[in-house]
Write a protein that binds this ligand. Structure first.
Ligand SMILES: [Zn+2]
Length: 175
């Protein structure tokens, strides 16, 4: 497993893809472990609800995240001549462990970060909204205290940057 977001809500990785589309998050010497038992592969000894897809059968890689996000497929091609990074095609010998190459992994990492960007921006909005609400409550309290201390609506309006009338309309009912 790979990358964790700042808020710990997302964990992403470059997942090897089985021929039936299942994604792997762990491997053993038997192959890439995928969840579910189809009977086509050997069940794992440690985790009996997973089976090991042999490395040579892995069809490619895609980004995955614990939130459910999935990236586009990076296809594994069977000949070096068919490899083309710009078309998401990567050669890997059938005898190799079927982890994504470091180039593909870096590209998937970037895709994963792109998937996080709007979510992190929205988290910023959420934090600002919370501060905005807290500041509003503090404003109400300080206005009530100023009024109790004898300040006029004109004084309060001037402090806030609004008219006497607006200050009165906004806070007269609350004090
Ligand atoms: Zn995510």
């Amino acid at each position: 497993m790979g990358w964790v977001s700042n808020d710990n809500e997302h964990e992403g990785w470059a997942a090897p893809v089985a021929p039936d589309g299942r994604l792997s998050a762990a491997s053993t010497i038997e192959g890439m472990l995928v969840e579910g038992i189809t009977g086509r592969y050997l069940p794992d000894k440690m985790m009996p609800d997973r089976e090991a897809v042999p490395d040579r059968e892995i069809i490619g890689w895609r980004g995955a995240c614990t939130c459910g996000w999935r990236g586009e497929l990076w296809e594994r091609v069977s000949s070096p001549a068919d490899a083309d990074f710009s078309r998401r095609r990567e050669y890997l010998a059938p005898t190799e462990y079927a982890h994504a190459s470091s180039e593909v992994e870096d590209a998937i990492h970037d895709e994963w970060k792109t998937h996080l960007a709007p979510l992190e921006a929205v988290a910023g909005v959420k934090a600002a909204a919370r501060e905005y609400e807290q500041a509003g409550r503090r404003l109400d309290k300080t206005v009530a205290a100023a009024k109790a201390a004898g300040a006029s609506w004109a004084d309060i309006g001037r402090a806030v940057g609004i008219s006497r009338q607006s200050a009165h309309e906004r806070w007269a009912d609350r004090s």
